[in-house]
Design a protein around this ligand. Sequence first.
Ligand code: CMP
Length: 167
Amino acid sequence: MAALADGSRAVISPHPDLSNRPRVTVFPMAERTFSILKPDATRRNLTGKINAMIEDAGLRIIAQRRIRMSREQAEDFYEIHKDRPFYGELVEFMTSAPVIVQVLEGSNAVAKYREVMGATNPAQADDGTIRKLYALSMGENSVHGSDSGDNAKIEIAQFFDADDIVG
Ligand code: CMP
């Protein structure tokens, strides 16, 4: 087993046709995404049920912490929405009760988690998704998940040190 520069693993084995050419099988590094179980979920004691849905979908919760988000953390995290009419309400909500911040890992973790969460607006979420089952409204929608691999890295770094993530 060899570690490649991007964290992927390669296994080199004799080629099955017994030629001199070895066979190289690359196992891509599992992707990571950032997740928040929001105040409406912690208030209703739903964190175990939501974690079970995450794990049943094949994602691993490789880091997790229950925190009370500060106003500054919430404002920074949602800065991209600063000019939207719901920004103030969003910051108030995210600081209104504890949240669980998580790092999820798995194949295509970003897309997979977005599928498991369902649409932002619970009225449009598919059956069997977290938001269809538990979200109360567009704002109080139980979970957050990164929308891209690049944003996942930025969001993870906002809440976790590399040492916090042991795999
Ligand atoms: P999230 O995935 O955390 O990313 C941005 C959040 O803003 C979103 O989930 C919702 O909780 C919230 N949001 C988006 N649109 C609205 C809206 N129209 N009204 C209130 N909150 C919203």
